[in-house]
Design a protein around this ligand. Structure first.
Ligand code: MG
Length: 372
């Protein structure tokens, strides 16, 4: 079996509401998503999606992804799609770094592998650890009242875990936000305060030592070293997200005792192959994790949630679905969906969801020839 064609689509995904994070210094109102379909000479097709959260969240952007895919396609066409590890190494030899650009290609290879094995992806990734994965909301930065209103709306949809976006230059405002949210928190709810690297270490020490919240604080400062040093001065558990770009970063975070948990995101790490490696490492060292993707439609959500479902429940806190923030839906009713706070995964072989090609429209590019 050989890869015969790689088709690429670009779609702009407007958000239902503008989304503010990192203390209001970053704003996103639409996402630039890239869909990939890998065709084989035996008729099996695999789908993947890569969707950075805008272009200012991590070192990734849609234009870079599509340019890199043009380069990477030559390393894949003519190769056996079942050789996922070897093809990942070939992509890394062709283009070191740029993990986000490889993610949709890697996910499409896994979709093909699942279809050939006639099992849903979660089974290839380790097997289901339960019937469903709990979902967490994502609460945009705003005034305490605005953020509590968003939490109440999420609660009505079944969410019991919330990721509240805080962080900024005014520690008093962050303290007020966090204390108000803690006061409004229902007894069975969990809140993660996601700072998205907005605090300098001194602000982080000030805020975290002033609030009553004793749960997770996520990516409080810009760098891994800053977060590691901060951890010596605070008592709350720390989760790392944006500063983990590759497996080496995970090793460093563990060796330096930088955190108690991490976000595992296929699009940030380079696809399901590398996200699984990070997930398995996290299980081995005892981390707690959120397994979800950086952004995208139900296609990206479903790929990440297959990995979440195959993560031992004691290590898998919850997963976010980006689809809840989007106006468009390329596969209504299909794939990973929030049902009163829980997500079950499709039982069809492979990814179990594909975008409607009429919705996708004309391809951005079609790659068919192997590299010269
Ligand atoms: Mg985060």
């Amino acid at each position: 079996m050989k890869i015969s064609r790689i088709s690429v689509w670009r779609k702009t995904l407007p958000l239902r509401k503008p989304y503010w994070f990192s203390g209001g210094r970053l704003k996103v109102d639409s996402l630039d998503s890239t869909f990939v379909r890998i065709d084989t000479d035996e008729g099996v097709q695999g789908w993947g999606e890569g969707c950075p959260w805008g272009h200012s969240y991590i070192p990734a952007f849609g234009g870079g992804m599509r340019a890199a895919i043009e380069l990477l396609a030559g390393t894949l066409i003519g190769e056996d799609p079942r050789d996922i590890g070897r093809l990942n190494r070939a992509m890394d030899s062709c283009l070191p770094g740029h993990p986000y650009a490889k993610a949709p290609l890697d996910i499409a290879l896994w979709d093909i592998a699942g279809q050939l094995a006639k099992v849903p992806l979660f089974q290839l990734l380790g097997g289901a650890e339960g019937d469903s994965v709990p979902v967490n909301s994502s609460i945009s930065t705003g005034s305490p009242e605005e953020m509590i209103a968003l939490i109440e709306a999420a609660r009505a949809q079944g969410y019991r875990t919330h990721s509240a976006k805080v962080g900024g230059e005014d520690p008093d405002l962050d303290i007020a936000r966090i204390e108000a949210i803690e006061a409004a928190r229902a007894p069975e709810e969990f809140i993660t305060y996601d700072v998205n690297r907005a605090w300098t270490p001194d602000l982080a020490v000030t805020v975290m030592n002033s609030v009553s919240a004793r749960g997770w604080f996520e990516q409080p400062c810009e760098t891994l070293d800053q977060c590691t040093r901060l951890r010596r001065h605070v008592t709350q558990p720390i989760m790392l997200d944006e500063c983990l770009q590759d497996f080496q970063d995970h090793l460093t975070a563990w060796r330096e005792d930088a955190c108690e948990g991490v976000k595992v995101k296929p699009n940030r790490l380079g696809g399901l192959t590398k996200a699984r490696q990070a997930r398995d490492f996290g299980v081995a060292v005892g981390w707690r994790m959120h397994v979800e993707d950086v952004g995208g439609t139900v296609v990206a959500d479903t790929a990440a949630l297959h990995l979440a479902l195959s993560t031992p429940a004691e290590h898998c806190l919850a997963s976010w679905l980006c689809q809840a923030h989007l106006i468009d839906d390329p596969a209504p009713g299909k794939g990973a969906r929030n049902r009163a706070g829980l997500v079950a995964l499709p039982e069809e072989p492979g990814l179990g969801v594909a975008p409607d090609e009429a919705w996708l429209g004309e391809p951005f590019a079609i790659h068919e020839s192997p590299a010269p």
